[in-house]
Write a protein that binds this ligand. Sequence first.
Ligand SMILES: Cc1ncc(COP(=O)(O)O)c(C=O)c1O
Length: 392
Amino acid sequence: MTKAAGPRARDTERFGRVRAREFPWMSETIYLNNAGIGPLPARTIRALEEFQELRRAPHRLADGHRQREILTEARAAAARLIGADPTEIALCPNTTVGVNLAAQALSLSPGDIVLVSDKEFPANVYPWRHLERQGAVVEMVPVSPEGWPDEARLLERLRDSRVRALAVSMVQFASGYRADLDALGRACRERGVWFVVDAIQGLGQLPLDVRRTPVDLLASGAQKWLLSPWGSGFLYVRRELIERFVPAMAGWLAFEGTDDFSRLTEYSTRFHADARRFEVGTIPYQDIVGMTASLGLLHELGVERIATHLRALRAVVERAAERGAFELASPPAGAHASAIVCVRTPAVAERFRRLGDAGVVASLREGAIRLSPHFYNTIAEMERVLGLLTEG
Ligand SMILES: Cc1ncc(COP(=O)(O)O)c(C=O)c1O
């Protein structure tokens, strides 16, 4: 018992210290809206400011040298987060671009079926529906009675030989449902179906290792749980697939030879052999610099440790739901739970307004109050919020 409590208590203390250093404004509010916008750590703001100083006088960027380093560092930091190799990472500005790049790369034929769970966030729906213009069929698989992805049904539909791709979110935006990526990915791999994951609501709060979990392509913006600027994100493409996929868009930096700016018009016919082939033109360096700084912080803290802390915060809400204080609109503790926890109270809009008046930042999604804490939130904050949710 003491053995388990020791490291956890140390982590909690550490998170408290990091909170004070990186988010000195945090006591102004109770910030529980990471599923909406992740705050920028102080170190990230410093990295942005330092970069802007260089950008102010571009000769300081050393003829593009620093720019290239910035991209290399970012790909490495993103790769480390998911257990990938940096050559499997293409930087992109948001999830939508990543999902579109993935969807287009699959070169689906007329009649090919893409399975998408109903109620997914639109960034993981429209890029697939866009393929219908080319004749692909998007099948919106109905959700379970609770409103969550029906994994049993998804697995069953994978048996249909016309199914060529399955797209799911690692964590659902409106319920916090965590998909069983291992089971879905394994079933896809066995059947030769592409498995594409929108990971923006999962990465940073839950660990993922693509060496163990069979994912083919994964897209994530970094503006939420990765505490990074808007405009930063990445696409992961499994090594074995990179050269099989022809990018739908031809970025000028995606071709072999364009690293040498002195010979740019010796046009190449060959895309890079790594995931840079999916990068489209000049990347927003200032945002990417910020992402690397923020990922550095998450790596230092460790996503496993963050996930453990977040389970403890969530348990406060779970216990209140068990006491009948309100209804949980998210999966109970266990394999499908995440740090997004939604509660349905009577007069929910009024409750939500009261939370806001008391300085709590959360969100109202699909008729429930969505609480999404990160490592810097505390048990005391969660208890305070519960009081506001339940008192008369
Ligand atoms: C599951 C999911 N995907 C994608 C996004 C955002 O997409 P993008 O990064 O393209 O803005 C969100 C949230 O806003 C989301 O919850």
